[in-house]
Design a protein around this ligand. Structure first.
Ligand SMILES: Nc1nc2c(ncn2[C@@H]2O[C@H](COP(=O)(O)OP(=O)(O)OP(=O)(O)O)[C@@H](O)[C@H]2O)c(=O)[nH]1
Ligand SMILES: [Mg+2]
Length: 410
């Protein structure tokens, strides 16, 4: 499209992640041709390349209308897919959980729905790559079958989501905050997750390695927190793909704090653009009024002057840190920033009657709190600790009969 930045580099990266070898690239500046998307002379150029290089598949950055896809396949004799389809292929390769599999299926069906009618009509005009086997179906039957499957999968996903909501609420009752790692794909979310939790999440230089949320409990400067690793964002993703991943992204929406990762080693304009994409995707999934820390990752690849520029770019609008999830540089600074933004913890000294100091209470104190001192005397357990406000409130309730409870400055 005129005025649009070509995005071929990222497209090539996506192709490689999907297992394709990129042998030829072509771009053009014009409004999409109604019949072929590309113009007649580019079509000729492409046809020659297909012959010369033995190209097996053509991948378009632009969205293809069914008619364009059909005409192109007919003119070039090879299969044609667009960027959305390519991303779906990668998702299919990487999906391991049932939830992710269902989400991808849903996205595929939603992608297919508006094409279904048109495709069947076109298929009847002659068999083409990518349109196999559709001739036997009547357009309406095919269309309805897809709608029916969409509903069925949606129902299954709603059930998974319902269970998730229950588990998120339960976590909330414990009063332990949840921190979600969000950001562009390949920014290093899983690497940071590994560093903060010690859990060996899969890390790779491919795009969309992580497709389902992982959540682990850990401590930040002594305080217990849940950390969740999530699916990455990317630019130019149709809203339908984002909404299909809602069940996975719910963890971000329901979190208490978001660490928004951006690969700081990229050129400045790219960093700025990815920051824009990630912030607007967050808005799109319903993250509003939530504390966010900007984490510029890959510090080991960033020169000192550029680090300053990155922080300046944010203009004080967010707390921002430059870290290396890989080497651990500045992770202590990140932890301090997280700690300063975690609310809901209180420090107190309580005298609890011994009969109330059950093993369950003691284990909750150990698991969810930072205990400074704990002594027994005169039939009381005397504790000074920092815990989630909910737990402190429960402990306070145990002291009504002769004990005492006092909040202190943290
Ligand atoms: N040099 C350097 N590389 C890093 C750093 N953090 C992550 N990487 C590399 O960046 C690539 C992507 O890392 P991941 O942790 O898989 O990124 P992700 O954001 O989880 O990616 P997806 O799950 O695919 O969205 C891997 O090759 C990592 O080794 C860092 O601090 N410095
Ligand atoms: Mg990951």
């Amino acid at each position: 499209m005129p005025g649009e930045e070509p995005n071929l580099e990222e497209l090539a990266e996506l192709c490689e992640t999907a297992g394709y070898e990129v042998v030829y690239q072509l771009s053009q500046q014009r409004h999409p041709h109604s019949q072929y998307n590309i113009g007649p002379s580019k079509l000729k150029e492409l046809a020659e390349a297909v012959k010369r290089l033995g190209i097996e598949k053509i991948i378009f950055e632009n969205e293809l209308k069914p008619l364009q896809e059909y005409n192109l396949a007919k003119a070039l004799g090879v299969e044609m897919i667009d960027r959305t389809r390519l991303i779906l292929e990668i998702f299919t390769l990487h999906a391991s959980s049932l939830e992710a599999k269902l989400e991808i299926k849903l996205a595929e069906l939603r992608y297919e729905l508006p094409r279904a009618k048109e495709k069947v009509r076109l298929a009847k005009r002659g068999e083409q790559p990518g349109f196999h086997g559709l001739g036997a179906y009547e357009a309406d039957v095919y269309y309805e079958e897809i709608s029916r499957r969409i509903q069925k999968i949606q129902k299954k996903l709603d059930e998974i989501k319902r269970k998730k909501v229950i588990s998120i609420r339960r976590t909330r009752l414990e009063g332990i905050p949840t921190i979600a790692l969000a950001g562009y794909t390949n920014s290093g979310k899983s690497t940071l997750f590994r560093r903060l939790t010690g859990y060996p999440a899969e890390v790779s230089n491919k795009l969309f390695t992580t497709l389902s949320t992982k959540k682990r409990i850990t401590r930040i400067l002594g305080k217990p927190v849940y950390i969740s690793d999530t699916v990455g964002f990317i630019k130019n993703v149709p809203a339908m793909l984002v909404s299909a991943f809602m069940s996975t992204l719910m963890e971000v929406v329901e979190s208490d704090l978001v660490l928004l990762l951006v690969d700081g080693a990229l050129p400045m304009p790219e960093v700025r653009q990815r920051l824009n994409v990630t912030l607007s995707t967050l808005r799109q999934i319903g993250v509003v009024n939530k504390p966010i820390i900007l984490v510029f990752n890959k510090a080991d690849l960033i020169m000192p002057e550029k680090r300053d520029k990155l922080i300046e770019m944010v203009n004080g609008a967010f707390p921002a840190v430059v870290v290396s999830a890989k080497t651990g540089e500045n992770i202590d600074l990140l932890e301090k920033t997280i700690d300063s933004m975690l609310s809901g913890f209180v420090k107190f000294t309580a005298k609890i009657p011994l009969e109330e100091a059950t093993p369950l209470l003691l284990s909750q104190l150990r698991e969810r709190g930072m205990v400074e001192s704990m002594t027994y005397h005169d039939g009381f357990l005397e504790v000074t600790a920092t815990t989630p406000a909910q737990l402190a409130e429960r402990i306070k309730a145990l002291t009504w009969n002769g004990g005492s409870f006092q909040l202190s400055e943290t």
